[in-house]
Ligand binder design. Structure first.
Ligand code: UDP
Length: 322
């Protein structure tokens, strides 16, 4: 089989590093570019011995560099972006610049070089819509521009729209994936993500912080299921031009998640409820339920999340114990 070459932007991040591992496992040659804003070299250090793996520490905003890296690959997996509700709230301007500017650089060079792009989007796109489960073509409901949370969803929506426009007008081969609450080893709670944060608190014997009344729900997917699905999608001709939800559709309340974390870590930490305003600042808006409709990806590639919530929580516990 001909050599398959991937460029993974944001490849030193949580999902990016697992994706890189999966691509190497499937025989790809992989180059990672990461500016280490939230990514970490320790996430990819174990891959350095692999002769099919190389990396560059730099920003995707460097257009000349990206032109060179994209020319050397067949598929760009574009994950480099500002992530995490707290990170985005604290770094709003930087998040907008990287999420819009970085994607434009990737789409432009990939179009010129006739390379495929797998664009990583997010369930945040659906905003506070209550019409669960969310289908890819559903309406989106976002709060006002003055609430920083929503700027992440807006930039990611513009990324998607830009990618679709390149695909329609300039024949770019693009696959768009909307990830729903993906979890596993190497994810950190530092930027807001609930599961590693609660596990870190439980292991340290500190209060387990549940925001609001804890009745809001999420569906947590294993990063191992997600990266398998994404590599399969990247190789599927029928996925080109499509937008796909990916994740798990098994719903859990954050209150129940906190109790599960406490049980599985055998922690004596109390579960503490914190008002949203105190956690994120005044006027913060959360969504009460977030569930993907997975019909499209299932019919296209037979995707089915396989790992259970207990497996996911245990994988995070084991990682954070180390
Ligand atoms: N959350 C929480 N405690 C924390 C961090 C987050 O209760 O320490 C809640 C958060 O308010 C949200 C859910 O957990 O309702 C998931 O938050 P996360 O930031 O992980 O992702 P989101 O799904 O909101 O993008």
């Amino acid at each position: 089989m001909a050599e398959r070459r991937a460029l993974v932007t944001g490849g030193a991040g949580f999902i990016g590093s697992h994706l890189t591992e999966k691509l190497l496992e499937r025989g790809y040659t992989v180059h990672v570019i990461d500016d280490l804003s939230t990514g970490r070299l320790e996430n990819i250090a174990h891959l350095e011995a692999d002769e099919k793996f190389t990396y560059t520490v730099d920003t995707v905003l460097d257009s000349a560099l990206m032109a060179k890296l994209i020319a050397q690959c067949d598929t760009v997996f574009h994950l480099a972006a500002a992530v995490g509700v707290e990170y985005v709230i604290e770094n709003q301007l930087k998040s907008i610049q990287i999420n819009l500017g970085g994607t434009e650089v990737v789409l432009e060079h990939a179009t010129r070089e006739k390379k495929k792009v797998v664009l990583f989007s997010t369930s945040e796109i659906y905003g506070k819509s209550e019409a669960v489960p969310f289908k890819e073509d559903d309406d989106r409901i976002l709060g006002p521009t003055t609430l920083t949370r929503w700027s992440y969803a807006v930039t990611k929506a513009v990324d998607e729209i830009m990618a679709l426009a390149y695909s329609r007008e300039k024949d770019l081969a693009v696959v768009i994936v909307r990830c729903f609450n993906t979890c596993g080893p190497r994810q950190t709670g530092q930027y807001g993500m609930v599961l590693p944060r609660l596990v870190t608190q439980a292991l340290a014997g500190k209060p387990i912080t549940v925001y609001g009344d804890g009745r809001q729900t999420r569906c947590f997917a294993s990063v191992f299921d997600v990266v398998e699905g994404i590599v399969t999608l990247a190789e599927c001709d029928d996925a080109v031009g499509e937008i796909m939800n990916i994740g798990s559709n098994i719903e859990v309340t954050i209150g129940d998640l906190a109790r599960k974390v406490k049980d599985l870590t055998s922690s004596s930490s109390p579960i503490e409820h914190i008002p949203y305003d105190k956690a994120y600042g005044k006027g913060f808006e959360d969504m009460m339920r977030r569930v993907p409709d997975l019909t499209r990806i299932k019919s296209l590639i037979g995707y089915e999340p396989r790992r259970s919530l207990d497996d996911i929580v245990n994988s995070v516990i084991n990682h954070l114990k180390q």
